[in-house]
Design a protein around this ligand. Sequence first.
Ligand SMILES: *Cc1c(COP(=O)(O)O)cnc(C)c1O
Length: 475
Amino acid sequence: MAITAMTAGSQHYGGLAKELGVELISVKMAKHLDEKDPLKHLRAEFCIPSKKTVVPEGADVAEPDTACIYLCGNSLGLQPSGVRTLVNEELDVWATHGVTGHFRHPKKRPWVSIDENVIVQSAKIVGASPKEVAIMNSLTANLHFLMVSFYRPTKDRYKILMEAKAFPSDYYAMESQTRFHGYEPDDAIIQMSPRSGEHTLRTEDILDTIEREGDKIALVIFSGVQYYTGQFFELEKIAKAGKAKNCVVGFDLAHAAGNVPLRLHDWGVDFACWCTYKYLNAGPGGIGGAFVHERHARADLPRMSGWWGTDPATRFLMDNVFRPIPGADSYRVSNPNVLAIMSLLGSLNVFSQTSMTDLRAKSLQLTGYLEALLLAIPNRGFKILTPSDPSQRGCQLSLLFEEGLMMKVFEALEREGVIVDERKPDVIRVAPTPLYNTFSDVWQFVNILKTAVVAARIDSAGNVSEEARKGFVTS
Ligand SMILES: *Cc1c(COP(=O)(O)O)cnc(C)c1O
């Protein structure tokens, strides 16, 4: 099946089911899609937890030894099977070689340049040249380090444009940066909210704001994919509009890296950062990533420097002369965590068996199928916050439940070995990822969800309220 925007939309699946002579909601349909999946072999590269290990204590889950339904790659990606070997190899080198492993390494991965092993593939994933990417620190730390260079407010141009509902860590970073420079966050930060009655920002409104306020804006910063709604912002248009007004443009790609296609270099983005433990599967607290556009490679920007950012040829002369490495590597402050790099390498080795184009193609299908099944539930008790246009979202769909239902549904899913995540008060985020999820995962999730919603509407006395009977009015 060729994948286009047409086949990615939920409408496509009704027609396909007819063609195949099966019901849209039948397990046959899921099995058919799994059989046709050209990336199905990649699931074997991951450790999929079994149901019995993920359900809460005391839950009596059916088929406890089967794989859980893991739809939480937006929060923590699963462990690639190759990671353990790579991490163990480094533990062995440390045990057998001690400090000499920095320069002489039996696996040809001297620790002094260990991050070279993860640069090329990381750059491919974000659409950058290798010189534009550094793997270092962690996400919020990188945001701060990069803002030292890229948020340089002046009397006339000191504002930051961001979303009102950005991830709190990003807001704290922006707030503290404005204060650090002597501004009041309420004045210095322009926070954009969706129009009343809407859940996601319209690109036209973002572009209008940049056009209107641009002369006062020092920094335009958006997430790539919004963590709560799943909206994939139109980054190319935002970058273009920001640059046209001479603003610095930066993106937080926490939920975008490894999820959606990115072309940071071509889009002319000034800087970006991301974490590697979500869609990049590098493990809890994984090392962060940073992008600095080539045009800043030699710029003499103020920065916070450390010994890992200086030219390696003279690093050990100890002469106190900082000679920045041309490119993003000049932003490295410390020597990188070798075990964290290996963990990332284990995951990137799986990414290098495919491409972001192929992953996106499958992702559009998985999420389109999920949407089609969700919309086929009558009186479903939730609505989907995420844009219905496949080009405006990544793999995640965010379900906003009728008041009072969400936690009950979430706990019921948990007891059945379904891992999704909840955001209070009323949202469950569901993220089928193309590397390890199957269409059958999606099918099972929707079936368990249906039952959970029905059960959640019955109160402890066994009554089903009229309100609950009607359910949400959803389109
Ligand atoms: C996950 C996430 C973070 C987490 O920050 P860390 O510094 O890695 O703890 C920050 N911002 C966004 C938008 C995120 O989605």
